[in-house]
Ligand binder design. Sequence first.
Ligand code: PAF
Length: 284
Amino acid sequence: MLIITTKQELINQVDTCKSQGKRIGLVPTMGALHEGHASLVRQSLSENDITVVSVFVNPTQFNNKEDLIKYPRTLDRDSALLEKMGVDFVFAPQPEEMYDAAEMSKPFDFDFGGLDKVMEGKMRPGHFNGVVQVVSKLFYLVRPDRAYFGEKDFQQLAIIRFMVDRSALKGTFGKLQIVGCPIVRESSGLALSSRNERLSAEEHETAIAISRVLFASCEWAKKTTVSEVQKRVVKEVNAVAGLEVEYYEIVDADTLLPTDSFANAVGCITVYCGPVRLIDNIRY
Ligand code: PAF
């Protein structure tokens, strides 16, 4: 496995693979890898000849400086895991390699047809512009056949699909296929996240209630309305000491707009567990 830190070296390696007719899978990550990432990597390894994993804590998608500083950085541990899994290339650039000063200071502006104006986008203005800024750069550099993203970040996945399928960039990325992979959970139900590393043992125990309430809400959905389920999820999560719901929205899985039907609906939640902001979602 080769660890690459410059764009030029990445382009050179990709050129060589492409000239040999190899299919390339890309798994973009911000590191602090866990079993959720490993599931994306495994799928890429099984569907492509070459797998590139990027490990880059992207500064332009953080609208909270503190969050950026505290984001776990574990490149040695991540590389050891990826090498063991059989990954071909790890791309781990420094921010200066990815962005010039102008890009760092001026927000990237992309029209997502409103998908970025709800939920995470409303709470974290500019976040998805930063995500798409880095993901599109990675697509240009790696020119992958497939790129893998977790469904835990449901809105991110919808926005990346939009960017690739329906935007002015259509055609730019050739036949790139965006592959969404299911949420990986602990046996307790807690969705795996790099942010879980910041939970104390007690907070970790508390956080389990989030998925417990979401799973229970699928039962409530059989007997009552979207609006009642929405209110009850918020009430029951907030009733757990140490948890505070930022939002819970039941939306159409394609448009991400509020819906009053459970058909094609997904419930997206963001909860503070102590100081740690956790997200999860459930399909109805
Ligand atoms: O989901 C993430 O970890 C990040 O948003 C991504 C897609 C790697 C872009 O920085």
